[in-house]
Ligand binder design. Structure first.
Ligand SMILES: *[C@@H]1O[C@H](CO)[C@@H](O)[C@H](O)[C@H]1NC(C)=O
Ligand SMILES: *[C@@H]1O[C@H](CO)[C@@H](O)[C@H](O)[C@H]1NC(C)=O
Ligand SMILES: *[C@@H]1O[C@H](CO)[C@@H](O)[C@H](O)[C@H]1NC(C)=O
Ligand SMILES: *[C@@H]1O[C@H](CO)[C@@H](O)[C@H](O)[C@H]1NC(C)=O
Ligand SMILES: *[C@@H]1O[C@H](CO)[C@@H](O)[C@H](O)[C@H]1NC(C)=O
Ligand SMILES: *[C@@H]1O[C@H](CO)[C@@H](O)[C@H](O)[C@H]1NC(C)=O
Ligand SMILES: CC(=O)N[C@H]1CO[C@H](CO)[C@@H](O)[C@@H]1O
Length: 334
């Protein structure tokens, strides 16, 4: 009798949370954030935002998050199979090669031609042997408002942490070569993965970490340098779609970190192009690090006044010197 009552209460609670979550999200949908940020989407398909079904809200996150592996042996991509103990048994995954795990942002997709996944996969496989894994969370990132997707970020991170443990035998195989890279909201997601994992992740890269609804978060609720042994951050649309203040061991401010050249005039209002330049620069840095030499400086003004040309330097992007800390500035003309 008691058990049946408990079960009954559980069912009531469960449907209530789904309904209330649905209600809250409907409210949030009216908030301005879904129009303020256009993550990883240069074209600007605001109207592409459809509303999620209630069912998806109640499903476990693992049903809607997918892991695509890219290697030189199979560059078209293989979906990791959750039914296999380590999810890689039937793939071309090779434990001796580094893992590069990429997480897109709100409105992002792994299939986007000029997106984080496609561009990075191309660059990595051009220069070496890697296990590039793109996390596909488009069910949430394209069917929900920004605010609703944000409520899923920590759950997605939990799923990624579990999957990473399975792939690396609890971080015993190839753990020293795990590198997480996230763009926009994805940057906070990889930060959460770092916080969740018992074993410290060697490196996390945040590409223009999202600002809306994260700007007042403490270090527990956003990407932070304590999330990994080494955290490098790139700021390309600071104070708009991205956070401007530094939050890594090293922070890069290409062209001052707020807006990027070679973006159309509409970028002044949306910032979408400047925001996406973060992963564009990153993918290029894998191919030509020399184009991204950056200088330790106190400010963009001091940098442009030629006050920092004899200070410490390192490359922004893939080939950063992990001994360097502080804020670095550079000019990029892409
Ligand atoms: C890569 O793997 C996928 C899924 O297993 C398969 O469909 C595809 O044919 C493979 N491509 C290559 C080039 O091996
Ligand atoms: C996933 O792995 C299981 C267990 O090995 C297998 O039965 C199933 O067919 C696989 N699924 C796909 C899509 O390959
Ligand atoms: C990883 O850890 C989990 C729980 O801590 C354990 O159940 C599992 O067997 C471990 N797997 C490996 C491959 O060590
Ligand atoms: C520029 O550099 C000078 C000397 O290092 C420093 O005193 C000053 O505060 C800097 N200005 C800004 C705006 O950071
Ligand atoms: C470079 O950084 C190191 C510390 O990392 C510091 O000791 C040194 O003074 C710096 N050199 C210049 C030229 O700024
Ligand atoms: C501007 O961007 C386009 C692609 O969007 C690229 O082909 C072109 O080289 C860029 N121009 C400059 C000057 O960087
Ligand atoms: C001006 C500036 O940002 N200086 C930084 C340069 O790097 C050192 C560490 O090597 C930082 O402590 C400084 O803040």
């Amino acid at each position: 009798m008691f058990n049946i009552l408990n079960l009954f209460l559980l069912v009531v609670w469960w449907s209530a949370t789904c309904i209330s979550a649905h209600g809250i999200i409907s409210l949030l949908r009216e908030s301005s954030y879904d129009l303020d940020i256009l993550d990883a989407n240069q074209e600007g398909h605001y109207d592409g935002v459809q509303f999620h079904s209630k069912k998806k809200q109640c499903d476990p996150v693992s049903k809607h998050v997918f892991y695509w592996l890219y290697t030189r042996e199979n560059a078209t991509g293989q979906l990791l199979n959750r039914s296999e103990p380590h999810m890689t048994e039937s793939t071309t995954y090779y434990a001796k090669n580094p893992i590069k795990l990429l997480v897109h942002g709100w409105m992002g997709r792994t299939s986007q031609k000029q997106g984080l996944c496609t561009m990075s996969v191309k660059s990595y496989l051009q220069v070496g042997e890697y296990n590039v894994i793109c996390v596909d969370w488009k069910t949430y990132s394209s069917d929900m408002t920004y605010a609703a997707a944000k409520t899923k970020a920590k759950l997605i991170a939990k799923d990624i942490a579990r999957v990473l443990d399975r792939i690396t035998y609890n971080m015993t195989k190839g753990a020293d070569m795990v590198h997480l890279i996230g763009h926009s909201m994805g940057a906070h997601i990889v930060g959460f993965v770092g916080k969740i994992m018992i074993n410290q992740i060697p490196r996390i890269t945040g590409l223009d970490p999202a600002k809306p609804l994260y700007e007042n978060s403490g270090s527990a609720d956003r990407l932070d340098k304590t999330d990994s042994l080494f955290v490098d951050v790139m700021h390309t649309n600071g104070d708009k779609n991205g956070i401007f203040s530094s939050m890594g061991h090293i922070d890069f401010y290409p062209n001052g970190g707020k807006s990027q050249p070679n973006c159309s005039s509409s970028d002044r209002s949306t910032g979408a192009c400047s925001h996406s330049k973060a992963y564009y620069y990153y993918a290029l840095s894998i191919l030509t690090k020399e184009d991204f030499l950056a200088f330790n400086c106190s400010s963009w003004d001091n940098f442009t006044a030629n006050n920092c040309y004899d200070s410490n330097t390192t490359y922004m992007g893939e080939f950063v010197d992990k001994e360097k800390v502080g804020n670095y500035y550079l000019i990029v003309n892409e």
